[in-house]
Structures are given as C-alpha cells and as structure tokens.
Design a protein around this ligand. Structure first.
Ligand code: IPD
Length: 273
C-alpha cells in the first residue's frame, strides 16, 4: 500500500502551532513561578541551573507538539532530541530561556519555540510570560510584536549603539568574554546583559537594543529569536562568513554589522575556551 507523503505545512501553519504552544507554556511557567521556584538543580556548571518549571514546560510543549504533529522531531534544552518519523519538520524549544532570571524573579525570561523545515528555521515565537510580550516571525513574512512590524535600529555609528550580550556558564569562558567586552565598552554607547538571549535578539529586532552578540549560545537559545531578528532586517551571522552558531551569534543592522563584526574578529571574540 502506498501512503501519500505528508503534506508539508506552510510557515504560517507552523507559527500558529508554535504560538498556541508557547502561550500555554508561558502560562504554566508563570503559574509555577507564583507558587515559588522548585526542583532547582545544576547542569554543566554550578551556575548553570534547571528548575522543575523548565522540565514541566518542556514536557507540556513536547506533548502538545506530539499530539498535533506526531511525526516531527523535537530538540529541547532539557530533554535533547526526540526523533521524528519521516517528517521534514523539527521543533527547537527552550522552555525557559533566562532560567537565572526566572529563579530570582527578574521579569526577563521567555519561552522560545522555532520550527525548521529541512534544517531551515521558518517560524518562531518568543514569549515573555511575565510581561506578555510576544515576538513572532515567519521566513519571508516579516517579524512582529503584538501586530507591529519590526524593523530594527536605525543607528549607524558604533559609538552611538547600545549593545546586548551575555555570558556562558563556564568560568574560563566567562573570563574570556569579559576581556572582550572590556575592550568594546569604550567604543559603544553602553552595554546590557539582560540574561535571556532570545529576548536580546527580539529587542534588537525592535530596535530596543541596536545590536547583540554572544559566543557559546545553543540552538534553542537563538533559533526563534534569530529568525525574528533576521526578519526585522538585521544581519544574523557568525564571524568571517560563518552562519550563526555556537561559536558566535551576531545580530545587527547592516550599518553596524560590519564594524562590530570586525572588532569581534580583532578581539578574538569567538576564540578562547
Ligand atoms: C542562557 C541565557 C543567557 C545567555 C546564556 C544562555 P538559559 O540560557 O540565554 O542570556 O547569556 O548563554 O545559556 O540557560 O537561561 O536557558
């Protein structure tokens, strides 16, 4: 018996599924936070934390995706990859990006969910459960926050640009990142370390930050936010012609991208531990 190949969903359909799942996930994260933070344990280092809420939110989203699209693969920060069965779609989930903020009650954490087709991110949503801010994008369809189309910053001088960045959890890596940043601070307006890379990228998409970079991000940290930034017209890259990846994610409007890129290369920002 020949089974008809599964119809490939459009990016709008995938975004719709992602937004529904992210809203329910955000509600779960918010309500669990109201009851207090539970089940805190550490991962790669003593400062890399995970909570019961990270796990519960991830479980809920995976169940929901499984119910709606049983053949798709899912990669989640807390559970790794759940293989699909013949689908060309893969979901990329960070149940709570900004877990340290979550634990401390700082209202800058997010559910981040993206959908890839054949390895290309085509839809993404980042939702802050506390503020209700929601950023969405589909490839070729633009980036939006609450119905408003996003177009990034118009700043053209590095010296006038507000720079977002972050640090990894490994002490040696942090020292290297701090040395790079110490060289950059005198050359930009100021820096922000908000604590959730997905939110950094979305703030750059709306021009609330002028540009962002970070070494050492995982795919789930930047898949959805990276698409939001790209669809807002920013260049989202690695260094020296590389695509964004764990070595470097740099997102900036064209006028700022080249000068920031060149400084990051000079400072060996993608190097070190
Ligand atoms: C972290 C946040 C942080 C960034 C770290 C990430 P997590 O994600 O995005 O802003 O600087 O590199 O690991 O651990 O809170 O999901």
């Amino acid at each position: 018996m020949n089974l008809a190949p599964e119809a490939l969903p459009g990016s709008a359909e995938l975004l719709d599924i992602a937004v529904t799942a992210a809203r329910r996930a955000a509600e779960l994260a918010r309500s669990m936070r109201t009851d207090g933070v539970a089940g805190v344990s550490t991962k790669s280092t003593a400062t890399d934390v995970v909570t019961a809420a990270d796990r519960a939110v991830e479980r809920q989203v995976i169940e929901e995706l499984r119910a709606r699209r049983p053949h798709d693969a899912v990669v989640g920060e807390e559970s790794g990859t759940v293989d699909g069965s013949g689908s060309r779609v893969r979901w990329i989930l960070d149940p709570i990006d900004g877990t340290v903020n979550y634990i401390y009650g700082i209202p800058a954490y997010a559910v981040s969910l993206a959908a890839e087709v054949d390895g290309v991110v085509v839809a993404g949503v980042v939702r802050n459960p506390v503020t209700g801010d929601e950023w969405t994008a589909t490839r070729g369809g633009g980036a939006y926050r609450d119905g408003r189309r996003l177009t990034g910053s118009r700043v053209t001088e590095l010296s006038q640009a507000l720079l977002g960045t972050g640090f990894g959890y490994d002490a040696a890596r942090r020292s290297h990142q701090a040395r790079v940043l110490a060289q950059l601070i005198p050359q930009v307006r100021d820096i922000r370390r908000i604590g959730a890379a997905s939110i950094d990228l979305c703030l750059a998409a709306e021009g609330a930050l002028d540009m962002v970079y970070e070494k050492g991000l995982n795919l789930w940290d930047y898949a959805a936010g990276g698409l939001v930034a790209e669809e807002a017209g920013l260049l989202v890259t690695g260094l020296a012609g590389d695509p964004p990846g764990s070595e470097m994610v740099l997102a900036a409007p064209a006028a700022l991208h080249q000068p920031l890129h060149d400084r990051l290369v000079e400072l060996d920002a993608a190097g070190g531990p």
